[in-house]
Design a protein around this ligand. Structure first.
Ligand code: HEM
Length: 230
């Protein structure tokens, strides 16, 4: 008996299924942190806040960061299986998937190299204080840096999903001769936003409404850039 999943299209499908499973695990936690927990923490008392930091955050961040890792790994593997079933990085699919993947890769890096290291300081500080010790002086700044990276990831998640799903489902006629110009445009936009994520300010993405609105605007900007340039 021939089984559909034991072929390159089948493998690509299984990877996509896992990719979406891990993607939900990751982005579900991202939205929980940004839309739900932030609002709760702003209203709750200090002992509850400390409990959340000591007991809830480590568990939530475990599923969050490993969800990010496996989404990323399965995504990279799919770039390979896709090439085996006729998709080309050099075609219009490539432009769309590389756009989505560029957002996703920055998001993954923000999780592992900014949010998680900074949140470890926040958790450690809360644990020390609860044990009768003193707070870590950098904890407040670490929390602020983690928030900025986390809000940026929420901003990125909206265009990321648009382009990732657009890759096989939204056909866009492209003049691929202008690819280099498009990638420079994308690099400038992403570079500026990532620079802000590491060194800048929250600005309009301070509020939940602000970050969602900005996410839709960013999607429109990149989409129109793609249509106009290509
Ligand atoms: C981290 C970097 C990421 C990379 C390198 C990546 C790469 C890919 C690739 C190669 C595909 C296959 C597209 C096709 O078959 O045409 C795909 C599909 C998909 N990805 Fe990602 N991805 C990443 C992050 C994410 C994240 C964070 C999510 C959020 C849930 C996500 C959601 C999806 C979805 C829903 C599909 C299915 C698209 C469809 O068939 O309609 N990806 N991704």
């Amino acid at each position: 008996m021939e089984m559909a999943i034991f072929s390159y299209p089948g493998l690509h499908f299984v990877l996509k299924w896992l990719h979406i499973f891990f993607g939900i695990m990751w982005i579900g936690h991202l939205y929980y942190f940004n839309f739900t927990q932030g609002t709760f923490m702003a209203q709750t008392d200090a002992p509850t806040k400390s409990q959340v930091q000591q007991k809830l955050l480590p568990v939530a961040l475990y599923w969050f960061r490993w969800g990010a890792m496996w989404t990323f790994v399965s995504g990279l593997l799919m770039l390979h299986t896709a090439s085996k079933i006729g998709f080309s990085i050099q075609g219009d699919w490539g432009v769309k998937i590389l756009t989505g993947a560029a957002f996703g890769t920055l998001m993954w890096a923000n999780v592992w190299f900014q949010i998680w290291p900074k949140q470890k300081i926040v958790i450690q500080s809360a644990t020390q204080v609860a044990g009768g010790g003193s707070a870590i002086p950098e904890a407040a700044a670490a929390g602020a840096a983690a928030l900025l990276a986390s809000r940026t990831n929420t901003l990125f998640s909206i265009p990321m999903l648009f382009f990732m799903v657009a890759a096989p489902h939204l056909s866009i006629e492209m003049d691929l001769a202008n690819q280099t110009t498009y990638y420079i445009f994308l690099l400038v936009v992403l570079g500026a936003l990532e620079y802000n994520a590491l060194k800048g300010k929250l600005g309009p993405i301070t509020t939940v409404k602000g970050v969602i609105t900005a996410g839709f605007i960013l999607t429109a900007v990149v989409y129109f850039g793609m249509e106009v340039i290509l």
